[in-house]
Design a protein around this ligand. Structure first.
Ligand SMILES: O=C(O)C(=O)Cc1ccccc1
Length: 311
């Protein structure tokens, strides 16, 4: 196994690669591009790499389903870091191509909703097809398989293409979130601005089951940052939930919420506690949910059990 190898969604020139380079340790790792999220994660599961860097969520399109499904199934993995990257696309073409000559265009499926309005306004008759990644779309254009690709402008020189149009984004603040995933191991210490991720399977099918699950967070004043339902693959109506909440597992209220979920849900997969990329501390605490409040309450319980309730 290689402790210094990170795989990522490639090929060269993906947004994933650009985001990976913002991690300080990327400079000292062997970075290996692979053609799918599943392959990048399997290399970690198989011990050929210590980390895989993959997109997980987009502010316009939502979940990158391949990543979410991989984290919810198969051998367990954990998230150790996250990176946020603002995304703007360039329309990459072979030198000499003009807008009027573009009949086919490609991108990663998560990119398409971010350029849908631009496409309708500027290339209404062009046929869009999905690529394994935005950079792979650029590679396919260089091979003549498509006329144009939406990708990062930085991918153009890698594939001998020209950015015909730059800075394309239907939503100005489009951001993609990427995560560094490894095999389960020790989580980093709390920083005061942390996030905890998990996959939770619903308590057996009954009215209010989802509410019961959410109450574990609500009563402890824990703010949710994301909740995504995904089919378990075990028949219609069977879903699990990928949840990100504010805080670190070592905070009493987060630990107690996880224990609450563990008691009522058939399965809970802890996906890690790690520093928030936006460095924002957790929002508004509910009174009585600080670590000191939990410690005081359990001390009091011990005194009650000892017959010293008034001490
Ligand atoms: O990293 C890439 O280039 C990808 O293909 C994944 C992706 C898709 C859409 C926005 C950002 C990243």
């Amino acid at each position: 196994m290689s402790a210094t190898r990170y795989t990522y969604l490639g090929p060269a020139g993906t947004f994933t690669e650009a985001a990976l380079h913002t991690l300080p340790e990327a400079a000292t790792r062997e970075l290996v591009p692979l053609s799918s999220v599943a392959l990048a994660l399997d290399a970690v599961r198989g011990g050929e790499a210590s980390g895989a860097f993959v997109p997980i969520e987009n502010s316009v399109e939502g979940a990158v389903t391949a990543t979410n499904d991989e984290l919810a199934s198969g051998a367990p993995l954990m998230i150790y870091r996250e990176v946020l990257l603002p995304i703007a696309f360039a329309l990459l073409v072979r030198p000499g191509t003009e807008l009027a000559g573009i009949k086919t265009v490609t991108s990663h499926p998560v990119a398409q909703p971010q350029v849908r309005r631009w496409l309708a306004a500027n290339l209404p008759d062009a046929v869009w097809e999905s690529a394994a990644s935005n950079a792979d779309g650029a590679r396919l254009v260089s091979e003549g398989r498509y006329d144009a690709a939406f990708a990062g402008e930085f991918a153009a020189p890698i594939y001998g293409l020209d950015p015909l149009v730059k800075d394309i984004a239907d939503a100005r603040s489009a951001t993609t979130r990427f995560v560094l995933v490894g095999r389960p191991g020790r989580i980093s210490s709390a920083t005061g601005a942390d996030k905890t991720s998990m996959v939770v399977w619903l308590p057996d099918d009954h009215p209010g089951a989802l509410l019961e699950l959410l109450q574990e967070f609500a009563v402890r004043g824990i703010n949710l940052m994301r909740i995504e339902s995904r089919p378990t693959g075990e028949g219609l109506g069977n879903y699990c939930f990928l949840i990100d909440c504010e805080g670190h597992l070592s905070e009493r209220r987060v630990g107690e919420a996880m224990m609450g979920l563990k008691r009522i849900c058939p399965q809970v997969r802890f996906l890690g506690s790690y520093p928030r990329a936006d460095r924002q501390p957790s929002t508004g605490r509910r009174p009585g949910t600080s670590d000191a409040d939990f410690t005081a309450a359990s001390d009091w319980l011990s005194r009650c059990l000892d017959g010293r309730a008034d001490a």
